[in-house]
Design a protein around this ligand. Structure first.
Ligand SMILES: [Fe+2]
Ligand SMILES: [Fe+2]
Length: 310
């Protein structure tokens, strides 16, 4: 018997923050009744103060760093623009220290209260099929290739206590489409191509082969608004035949000031009977009411109405 009677776990995915995190965000998450918060990274350009505020959020949570979180450290280009003395300070490490065990790059966290584990992909991902920032990954993680990266991610999944696994990445895996508007599609010239992380795709496949239930994979990095067209938004969801639901939560900007309101967005994901039953994107107003809710996914067998796809 599947356990349909168990209350769904209500997860909020916080898409690329890019400096937009306020005390009101923490209040909004509590008003929404969220059980677990997943941050997909890009807090800012090594924005230690933003990460400090997020680390203080007193809800069950997990996070993974994005490429912007090592903006002045990972590449020669960035180090030339670094605003601090690199011999005296290390803002990447400061961010990691603040998040502590809730940063899941190449790691995992078990959540006994929800009977699931969250496993982190490769942190600080820029995306794409070329192994970038070799020195950075070598120095910080001792990882030298996509192959070694796969091993690290799978090792974390193997160590995780629960059969039901959520993967948390900054960038999504390859295999979700190669059109510009696909969840990890390249929306700059040359237009199109799969910009997903091949190591995450391989790690998911190996974890499934171990018999684990990969219920949900969430990430950001490739923003919903497309660079080459205003006519269309990025496709955010893919549901695989094996029952794994992939969600790009990068609705950027996170916070919008209108003439009469200040709106902040969250992705809300319901997990029940060991799978995703619904995903919606909500905008919360300054009185903490939900101003709009767009349903992107409903599990076909769990509802009587027709499934809704974006
Ligand atoms: Fe971003
Ligand atoms: Fe990013």
């Amino acid at each position: 018997m599947t356990s349909y009677h168990i209350n769904p776990v209500k997860i909020a995915v916080v898409g690329d923050v890019h400096e937009q995190w306020e005390n009101e965000d923490a209040i909004a998450l509590k008003q929404l009744g969220v059980d677990l918060v997943l941050f997909v990274g890009d807090f800012g350009n090594e924005s230690v103060e933003i990460v400090r505020r997020i680390a203080a959020l007193d809800l069950p949570k997990a996070a993974i760093m994005g490429n912007h979180d090592a903006w002045y450290t990972a590449s020669d280009w960035g180090r030339k623009r670094c605003p601090y003395d690199r011999n005296k300070e290390d803002w990447v490490q400061e961010q990691l220290d603040l998040l502590g065990e809730t940063h899941l790059g190449y790691g995992y966290l078990d959540f006994p209260q929800f009977q699931l584990s969250v496993v982190g992909s490769r942190p600080f991902s820029w995306g794409g099929e070329v192994w970038k920032n070799q020195e950075f990954y070598q120095e910080r993680y001792g990882v030298n290739s996509f192959g070694e990266s796969v091993e690290r991610i799978v090792a974390a999944a193997q160590s995780a206590a629960y059969e039901t696994i959520i993967f948390l990445g900054h960038n999504g895996p390859t295999g979700l489409g190669d059109k510009a508007e696909d969840p990890c599609g390249r929306d700059w010239q040359p237009l199109g191509g799969d910009h997903g992380d091949p190591d995450l795709a391989e790690a998911i496949a190996q974890t499934q082969a171990l018999g684990k239930n990969v219920a949900f994979v969430t990430f950001g990095h490739m923003h919903h608004s497309l660079r080459h067209t205003k006519e269309q938004r990025r496709k955010a969801i893919v549901a695989s035949p094996e029952g794994t639901v992939y969600w790009n939560g990068a609705s950027v900007p996170r916070i919008i000031q209108t003439e009469t309101n200040r709106l902040r967005n969250f992705s809300l994901v319901s997990l029940e009977a060991n799978g995703v039953s619904q995903i919606s994107l909500v905008w919360v107003g300054q009185d903490y009411s939900v101003v709009s809710e767009q349903v992107f996914y409903q599990r076909p067998e769990a509802v009587e109405v027709q499934p809704v796809y974006s």
